[in-house]
Write a protein that binds this ligand. Structure first.
Ligand SMILES: CC(C)(COP(=O)(O)OP(=O)(O)OC[C@H]1O[C@@H](n2cnc3c(N)ncnc32)[C@H](O)[C@@H]1OP(=O)(O)O)[C@@H](O)C(=O)NCCC(=O)NCCSC(=O)Cc1ccccc1
Length: 320
């Protein structure tokens, strides 16, 4: 007996929902609703683009690192970011979208990357602040994503989070070293923290009541927490670290709320956030142009690798 197609679809949907309900993983060959596939591709692609574009602000300091040790640490970190981008592009490819298409969507502005990477890195202290605050925010956001419902994304996150922890520690250690230095160095750290604090809080996305995707993404287990929840976690985690470092977080409203057992804090400038994610931040044009040039300059490498792979296949076929 043949089953009616609608019946088939209903059974598949029920099976999908049961998997989500049990907090099990959805794997690439499993049936999934079109909206789920699109949402995972959107989030994972944005995440991958962020890692790749995110190499630029710190990469800016590679040739000017103040010592061999600092240069080696920074090189390792920037290379890790490239690796994270590649895992994430691979996770996206399991859903039937190619690396070429993803890069095209980034360069043409059809897909986003994290707002934070549209701010400039003006001093070497920014390398420390990015490690401490930006990787700190990335950890808050990504540890729960190790339990995301899409298998390849969650597994990529496990490795990425281990590396992000090293990134955060190296940033904190850099800032701690500068804070033990001269008055000028301490002032440089404070100035850098003042510039990056609010943009780091914006990384978690708009407030929950202004976040169109959160409810559905949580229902599908793609996101495990809301944007505001994770932002609160970041503030609570960072305040004692700032005290230990001896820097001030630039928020006059920041204070401990005994009743909530959490910090109250001010609101980021959401108009600035909207401007930055619409392409009008201080470095948007420069970041995308740099990526476009690198992609075009690398065309010959991709062509050579494809030709080599084709020839190897021909040789294998001839031997068989
Ligand atoms: C929380 C959120 C970012 C946004 O929640 P959703 O539910 O998806 O959206 P929601 O409805 O709340 O927002 C409405 C619209 O606003 C967009 N938008 C929101 N926020 C931002 C933003 N900050 N920047 C730009 N756009 C943002 C959002 O896409 C949506 O637009 P769309 O409808 O697509 O046109 C989520 O996608 C997520 O957890 N992603 C995974 C983590 C991830 O990507 N991490 C990367 C950074 S860490 C790193 O790279 C490591 C590193 C450290 C140091 C150096 C180098 C590398």
């Amino acid at each position: 007996m043949t089953v009616a197609p609608e019946r088939d679809e209903q059974e598949l949907l029920a099976q999908f929902e049961a998997t989500i309900g049990h907090h099990d993983r959805i794997e690439p060959r499993d049936w999934m609703p079109d909206g789920y596939r699109k949402t995972v591709v959107r989030q994972v692609a944005q995440h991958a683009h962020s890692e790749i574009i995110g190499m630029q602000p710190e990469g800016n300091w590679l040739t000017r690192a103040p010592s061999l040790r600092r240069k080696a640490i920074l090189l390792a970190k920037v290379q890790d970011e490239a690796g994270h981008g590649l895992y994430l592009y691979s996770a996206c490819e399991t859903l039937g979208v190619s690396r070429d298409e993803l890069t095209e969507m980034l360069i043409s502005g059809r897909q986003k990357y994290s707002s934070i990477f549209n701010y400039p890195t003006l001093t070497y202290a920014d390398v420390g602040t990015i490690g401490w605050l930006v990787d700190g925010a990335a950890i808050c956001n990504q540890v729960p994503l190790c339990r995301t419902s899409y298998g390849p994304y969650g597994r990529a996150m496990i490795r990425v989070c281990k590396e992000e922890s090293f990134h955060q520690r190296q940033g904190y250690e850099l800032l701690a070293t500068m804070m033990r230095g001269t008055d000028e160095q301490r002032a440089m750290v404070q100035e850098s923290v003042n510039r990056f604090w609010w943009p780091a809080l914006m990384m978690f996305g708009p407030p929950d009541d202004d976040s169109p995707n959160t409810a559905q993404s949580m229902a599908w287990g793609i996101k495990r927490n809301t944007n505001d929840d994770l932002r609160q976690r970041m503030v609570d985690m960072t305040v004692p670290q700032a005290e230990a470092l001896g820097v001030t977080l630039p928020d006059p409203e920041l204070c401990w709320n005994e009743e909530r057992q959490a910090h109250d804090f001010g609101s980021p400038d959401w108009d600035e956030f909207k401007d930055v994610i619409s392409g009008n931040g201080p470095c948007n044009a420069q970041r995308v142009e740099h990526r476009r040039r690198a992609w075009e300059d690398g065309a010959w490498v991709r062509e050579a690798a494809t030709a080599f792979a084709r020839r190897s296949d021909d040789v294998q076929a001839a031997v068989r």
